[in-house]
Write a protein that binds this ligand. Structure first.
Ligand code: TPP
Ligand code: MG
Length: 436
């Protein structure tokens, strides 16, 4: 210890402060000036936001655009456009009472598709619920989206047993969405650690965790970041800061400098990016992914956007924000339009391409919707399968027997049950005709 003091005790002029060495268990320089701080930038400014395209798709001065070709750009654009096409149909279908729930991605298309495109297809994704675009980018398919939302027999995510938009697909390395906020954050740190320990995946795959800025108010956010910080793992945290947690605006959610300011508190490399600029998101997440792998440590990306849609079909956002505010944001900064203008400036896109794409996507989505609507649900007995791995436990047996007994007694006679049973493959007979 003496040695370390003698080597550093010479006064060093640093930021107009005299450097008096370090405490034995700290790298913090000792100073004689009392000074509080409330910023992590050297100039006490807010953390900057990385952007490469301006609002009309023009590269900003000095911007380093990520390398993409026309084919890749078209793929990005088609996936961005697919999101609102699907969202609009699913939203209306919910309004018609054909599905129970939906959540749109309006306004966050660049954040979601840009990040998806920066990841490898087998990186493990742990989403919140607004990340259907990641699955679409990975080839999940419109039919699978519809099957999950309708909960029909083709639903590979959960045999129709989850709420709509609670997707999951082992094949697409997409962990099943769960409603309780922020649970995916510490889980992601664990998945990142598992990847680090798996010989075939180490130094090759990362865990990518999406969450809203509202979810970052949960204790699990801090638990997850601390876990990834102290037990290092290739875990990429992507905060979608869309300005709202249902009706609570971000101005009422925290007093600090967004979510990004919290990364350095955990010793985590952090960047804030314009989430409406797909090329900035692509570049930032690509670099973030590279860092998590090279350093084997977590990285935090905060993508700034605006939730244009209502929170979900259970919400009417005009009860807490002006309709004009939303219309203004849509007009001034539309992530899809911004990228289209860039594509046009490169000669990669035309009005004819736009017309063809919109017509094709709409037709594809409508075909998938009609198919999903016509399919029955799984057999009712599937309700009790695959709940746990291994041998079926007593509680599942008990629940199956209870439901079977009730159906035998009332299934034919009580109208609401008769109608419900008719929606299942075999109309529930796999239970009602079974031996006790
Ligand atoms: C633990 C928990 N508390 C509350 C809720 C209810 N809830 C669902 S979504 C949501 C807002 C989340 O906002 P944010 O994380 O910013 O995501 P966004 O909806 O904006 O994408 C709330 C409070 C919940 N699902 N889980
Ligand atoms: Mg939010």
């Amino acid at each position: 210890m003496l040695r370390s003091i003698s080597s550093t005790c010479l006064p060093i002029l640093h930021h107009r402060r005299i450097h008096l060495g370090h405490l034995p268990n700290s790298q913090s320089p000792i100073v004689s000036t009392l000074s509080f701080f409330n910023s992590i930038t050297p100039d006490s400014e807010k953390i900057p936001t990385f952007r490469v395209l301006d609002g009309v798709g023009k590269p900003v001065d000095g911007a380093q655009l990520p390398e993409i070709d026309a084919q890749f750009a078209r793929r990005l654009y088609e996936n961005m456009q697919l999101l609102p096409t699907l969202d609009t149909v699913l939203y209306n279908v919910q309004r018609q009472g054909k599905i129970s729930f939906h959540m749109t991605s309006h306004g966050e298309e660049a954040t979601i598709i840009g990040s998806a495109a920066a990841l490898e297809l087998d990186d493990e994704v742990l989403g919140q619920y607004r990340e259907m675009g990641v699955l679409l980018w990975r080839g999940f398919g419109i039919d699978s989206v519809m099957a999950q939302c309708f909960g029909n027999q083709d639903d590979m995510s959960g045999k129709g047993r989850q709420m709509p938009v609670h997707f999951g697909s082992p094949k697409h390395h997409f962990h099943t969405i769960s409603s309780p906020l922020a649970t995916q954050i510490p889980q992601a740190a664990g998945v990142g650690y598992a990847l680090r320990r798996a010989p075939g995946r180490r130094s090759r795959s990362i865990a990518a965790c999406f969450f809203g800025e509202g979810a970052a108010s949960e204790g699990d956010f801090h638990a997850g970041l601390l876990l990834a910080s102290t037990i290092p793992s290739p875990t990429l945290f992507i905060a979608r800061n869309n300005g709202f947690a249902i009706s609570t605006p971000s101005t009422e959610q925290f007093y600090g400098d967004g979510i990004a300011s919290r990364g350095p508190g955990y010793g985590i490399d952090t960047v804030r990016v314009d989430g409406n600029d797909i090329l900035a998101v692509l570049a930032a997440v690509r670099e973030a992914r590279k860092r998590t792998l090279e350093q084997g440590r977590a990285v935090l990306v905060e993508a700034m956007s605006y939730r244009v849609g209502h929170h979900s079909t259970s919400d009417d956002s005009f009860a807490y924000r002006q309709r004009s505010e939303v219309e203004d944001r849509k007009r001034i900064d539309n992530p899809i339009a911004r990228f289209r203008l860039y594509m046009e400036s490169q000669g990669w896109w035309s009005a004819a391409d736009e017309e063809e794409l919109k017509a094709r996507l709409k037709a594809d989505v409508m075909t998938a919707f009609k198919r999903a609507e016509s399919l029955p649900r799984c057999e009712l007995s599937e309700l009790f399968t695959d709940v746990y791995a291994g041998e079926e436990p007593w509680n599942i047996k008990e629940q199956r027997e209870e439901l079977t007994g009730l159906l035998k007694k009332y299934g034919d006679t009580w109208e609401p049950w008769r109608t419900e049973l008719a929606k299942f493959k075999n109309k529930g007979q796999d239970l009602t005709q079974s031996n006790p």
